[in-house]
Design a protein around this ligand. Structure first.
Ligand code: FAD
Length: 429
């Protein structure tokens, strides 16, 4: 079923055709896909956008979760005024959100759906299963059997397919979280209540681990968190008005306070000009694991948290897992649990993007020392017409691309380049 705005003339009817009369395909309808599609349609480019609107926020995050980012850092990028989260709240008569009001995930999902209707229009929920080169264009196949040729493809699939489970746990982690799974990744859960009454070891020290542990505990599970770092870090409770001296010492940015974060958010283009090794270091280190300030009371003194420990092995023992952990002195300890929840993040790896055919994949140059695409200033890869946005662009443009706050920078640049290319005559195949 196609998700479109009833009664509104399809944007495609109004659009002039892309280069060679072909549409531009946007793969993914999360914050990045919706933002770029909105800008492209406003520029009059024929766009087909595929994926479930805010699909990751509906299926890869557990019910009851909140956003870690502040309302001001959570706007999708619209080509005209009126599409901000604050506008959505106002239009629906909902109270304004401040830095002191964590945003429930379901509010963000409703905002994304409203944004889609208002600024994007038609979205086809089919999944893209294959993209390959077809002369100077691209051949795109969908899971419902459709096939189309595209002038350009924008990959906006976020972290889908990139979940990382450490090697020591992987053997006990089948693809889905099904009843038999002894190990699963946080992205496999939209609901943690099936673990009520069970002993669950949560591995990781970031927001995902800490919030999952709180939700498990609140659902009546016996959760325990195992963290590699020496301590758990928590965000600072925001102050609505900060004195000038504080603002100068630690300027604010969409990702938090501090000069480095402020600089990388202000100038993603500046990040791109850094040597690849410096960009990768920024990508890996700029934002370490931490929990949101508003989560602290639900974890500290409530859920047991063991720091300075590393998983060294896991074996299945009937319906339980024997989890082996090395402590700070290297001594091994065994914990027997019913389930292990890996809140161990994601790895950017183009090889794991399932719909890029191997020939196309090998033509995409990567940032040296990584498996993330090397992109130019308009997010175009070494394959002309193939663009990557969102997290996959973070090793080029900095950590802001991992968050909704990066949608404006990315969407405007991609749309400007594609709109300009659409006005050119089609290249010879
Ligand atoms: C637990 C958690 C909490 C987070 N909290 C925050 C936060 O508070 N603030 C923040 O800014 N960021 C947060 N993030 C990061 C967040 O994922 C990104 O900011 C944002 O979702 C990135 O948008 P995106 O469009 O790149 O990807 P996504 O939101 O993941 O959207 C991807 C889209 O691609 C679609 N898709 C995937 N594969 C295909 C396919 N083959 N064919 C068609 N469609 C496909 C999906 O259905 C979806 O529509 C969080 C992430 C996690 C995991």
């Amino acid at each position: 079923m196609t998700q479109s705005l009833p009664g509104r003339r399809s944007a495609q009817e109004r659009a002039f055709r892309g280069r060679g009369g072909l549409p531009v395909v946007v793969v993914g309808a999360g914050p990045y896909g919706l933002s770029v599609a909105a800008h492209l349609r406003a520029a009059g480019v024929l766009v087909r956008i595929f994926g479930e609107v805010l699909g990751s926020w509906r299926h890869a995050m557990a019910t009851g979760m909140f956003l870690k980012s502040t309302p001001a850092a959570t706007d999708l990028s619209a080509p005209e005024p009126g599409g901000r989260l604050a506008d959505f709240r106002r239009v629906h008569g909902e109270p304004e959100l401040t830095e002191l009001t964590p945003i429930p995930c379901d509010v963000f999902v409703r905002y994304g759906q409203w944004f889609q209707k208002r600024h994007v229009g038609e979205v086809d929920p089919a999944r893209v299963v294959a993209v390959e080169r077809d002369g100077a264009a691209f051949s795109v196949r969908l899971d419902d059997g459709q096939h189309l040729t595209a002038a350009a493809v924008v990959v906006a699939t976020g972290l889908n397919g990139l979940a990382y489970i450490p090697l020591e746990l992987r053997a006990l982690a089948p693809e889905g979280p099904g009843p038999a799974a002894l190990v699963s990744h946080t992205s496999q859960h939209a609901d943690l209540s099936p673990y009520t009454g069970q002993r669950v070891a949560v591995i990781g020290g970031g927001q995902s681990a800490l919030e999952s542990a709180a939700l498990l505990h609140e659902a009546g599970a016996e959760a325990q968190v195992f963290v590699r770092e020496r301590q758990v870090l928590w965000g600072m409770t925001p102050a609505l008005a900060r004195p000038l001296t504080h603002r100068l010492a630690k300027p604010a940015s969409p990702l938090g306070t501090g000069w480095i974060l402020a600089a990388v958010c202000k100038t993603p283009g500046g990040v791109k000009r850094l040597p690849a090794s410096a960009r990768l270091m920024l990508f890996r280190r700029a934002l370490g694991p931490s929990g949101g300030w508003w989560l602290r009371d639900r974890v500290e003194g409530v859920v047991p948290v063991r720091t300075s420990c590393r998983v060294t092995g896991a074996t299945a023992d009937a319906d339980t897992v024997r989890l082996e952990l090395a402590g700070p002195t290297g001594g091994l300890e065994i914990f027997v649990v019913d389930h292990v929840l890996a809140a161990t993040g994601y790895r950017l790896d183009l090889d794991a993007v399932p719909f890029l055919t191997s020939t196309l994949r090998t033509d995409v140059a990567c940032v040296p020392g990584s498996k993330a695409p090397d992109l130019d200033g308009a997010f175009e890869s070494s394959v002309p017409g193939l663009y990557f946005t969102g997290s996959l662009a973070a090793p080029m443009f900095g950590p802001m691309m991992r968050f909704v706050a990066g949608t404006e920078y990315a969407a405007t640049r991609i749309a400007r380049r594609i709109a300009a290319a659409s006005a050119l005559p089609a290249p010879r195949p």
